[in-house]
Design a protein around this ligand. Structure first.
Ligand SMILES: [Mn+2]
Length: 325
């Protein structure tokens, strides 16, 4: 684990924080940002939240009554910028240029990444960044720096951990993950409702997108790789790239697939977003890194510039074939 004592002393100095998450914010990123905002407020400070793009609708419940900033302040003097769950500067996307020289703290659990903050607190063994925020709450409580854990933070941290572990299903889950989840439930986290909203609730458009993804499912290397390529034309009139966020799960669920890839055309012509997943020990973050992206061993992503999603998919499959046994 990280040095929680130094982390707390650094966070205590952040009286007017701007908490920043990564592009395409996920449940861990949103939940960790909310929980950290609650923590800084509990210490008597102020905290705002911003992501390169607004949190997707399915994660809005984690924000409760909090609003995201529409834009960064023109001048960051007097603000303490803290990044949560952001592995590398490229993940700051549209906020990168304004922030890159100004990030005071990075709280994260990605082991592959490029350091960019003045103080880096990275715990690769933590299943989620939300886990680290809970460590912070527990330590501060023990030191009587705060008087309690607000329910908003409890739910946000449970959501963060559940989200990054695929509802406690992924290989990143350790006994410590379950113990932490149990503690959060003990102090009131609405576990069943949060898990239902995270995993068993889908917009109609998302289901429609999964249907399209299913139709476009292909396998390679005798079924060891499953892939989906979503072209701009697949979006039709009513779908967009965000509706295809869970299409990767369709590819990942194919029996025998060691690796799954989903490539989606971005609205910017010639730009394709790829998600990679491994069902075993194949390190897909290496392939993502080959294309300038990053992530974890079993879940990673990258952006590829080429002519079609299909072409991007074959480029990735060619790299995966080199590392799959
Ligand atoms: Mn995370």
């Amino acid at each position: 684990m990280i040095d929680i004592v130094s982390l707390l002393s650094e966070v205590e100095k952040c009286k007017n924080a701007i908490i920043v998450g990564h592009s395409h914010p996920d449940g861990d990123c949103v939940g960790s940002a909310v929980a950290l905002a609650c923590f800084i407020e509990a210490l008597g400070g102020k905290a705002d939240i911003i992501f390169p793009e607004k949190a997707p609708r399915r994660l809005e419940f984690l924000l409760k009554n909090r609003t995201e900033l529409d834009a960064l302040p023109e001048n960051l003097d007097g603000y303490d910028v803290i990044c949560v769950d952001v592995a590398s500067p490229t993940q700051l996307a549209s906020l990168k240029d304004a922030l890159i020289e100004n990030v005071k703290l990075r709280i994260d659990h990605h082991d592959v990444g490029i350091p960019y903050a003045k103080h880096e607190f990275v715990a690769p063994k933590a299943a989620a960044t939300g886990y680290i925020i809970f460590e912070l709450f527990k330590y501060a409580l023990g030191e009587s720096k705060i008087t309690g854990i607000p329910m908003e933070a409890t739910d946000a941290m449970f959501g963060a951990i559940s989200s990054d572990t695929g509802c406690f299903k992924y290989a990143n889950v350790t006994p410590a993950t379950h113990i932490t989840a149990a503690r959060l439930i003990e102090i009131g986290a609405n576990a069943a409702e949060i898990n239902r909203l995270l995993f068993d609730t889908k917009d109609k458009n998302q289901l429609k997108a999964e249907g399209i993804a299913l139709n476009k499912l292909e396998t390679f290397m005798d079924g060891k790789i499953s892939g989906i390529a979503i072209e701009l034309s697949d979006y039709g009139d009513d779908l967009n790239i965000k509706d295809f966020e869970t299409a990767i799960d369709v590819a990942r669920s194919v029996r025998g697939a060691k690796c799954a890839v989903c490539v989606k055309a971005s609205p910017t012509v010639g730009t394709f977003r790829a998600s990679l997943r491994a069902n075993g020990d194949t390190d897909v973050s290496k392939v993502a890194a080959h294309f300038g992206g990053g992530g974890h061993i079993r879940a990673a992503g990258c952006t590829i510039l080429c002519d079609s999603a299909k072409e991007a998919l074959s480029m990735i499959v060619a790299e995966l074939e080199k590392i799959i046994e």
